[in-house]
Design a protein around this ligand. Structure first.
Ligand SMILES: Cc1cc2nc3c(=O)[nH]c(=O)nc-3n(C[C@H](O)[C@H](O)[C@H](O)COP(=O)(O)O)c2cc1C
Length: 181
């Protein structure tokens, strides 16, 4: 499975649909993965994205310690892994092996990316404002990659099939693309 690097200035297009993402983190020898529906692109210069991470999450601790994370965009066929990673903490579990998620070495950060995802965005923490019971981890994009054949200027939604969270146990995907003339 091969991934192509995409320009930093276009990396936000991997998550512009508001897709639910898998956030990977690493500190020491411990890798972790959790689901986040609350994400957004936030700046072109420098290229920044943001994820809202609950202060009680194990991921929160790992990102605080390492100052890095990766935002991976899963396809619909990974939905059962998405659900598991969003309903179990990795504090005492290895969600990668339990969900049979293969790690890919990231280019610029120590946290791993996830094989089979549509693409992934490698980030270094730029700022981390507190927002109620969550922290908004703003990440400076250091590198971004998309799976071969799924990204050409924008995502090929028909092939990519990103996951969108409606709430509770309900999800959808979208493949309707319109170009404004
Ligand atoms: C569909 C879905 C979306 C979620 N979105 C978020 C989110 O945006 N931010 C967050 O902090 N937790 C979110 N969660 C909850 C975490 O993924 C969950 O608490 C997870 O077990 C945390 O794992 P960790 O303790 O290993 O970091 C979501 C869960 C699901 C199922």
């Amino acid at each position: 499975m091969s991934y192509n690097e995409i320009p930093l200035g276009k990396a936000h297009r991997l998550i512009n649909t508001g897709a639910t993402v898998l956030v990977t983190s690493r500190s020491g020898n411990k890798n972790n993965v959790m689901v986040a529906a609350w994400q957004m692109p936030i700046s072109f210069k420098p290229p920044l994205i943001a994820v809202g991470i609950g202060k009680a999450r194990y991921t929160h601790k790992l990102i605080e310690k390492s100052g890095e994370f990766v935002v991976n965009v899963p396809p619909m066929k990974m939905l059962s892994a998405v659900w598991y990673c969003g309903t179990h903490s990795g504090k005492n579990l290895d969600k990668f092996s339990l969900c049979e998620l293969n790690k890919i070495k990231a280019k610029k950060v120590k946290a791993p990316a996830i094989e089979g995802c549509i693409g992934f965005i490698e980030c270094r923490v730029y700022s981390s404002p507190s927002a109620g019971d969550h922290t908004i981890f703003v990440g400076e994009i250091l590198s971004a990659s998309a799976k071969e054949g799924l990204f050409d200027e924008v995502l090929d939604l028909k092939k990519a099939q990103p996951v969108h969270h409606l709430g509770d146990r309900f999800f959808c995907t979208t493949n309707a693309i319109k170009e404004v003339k």
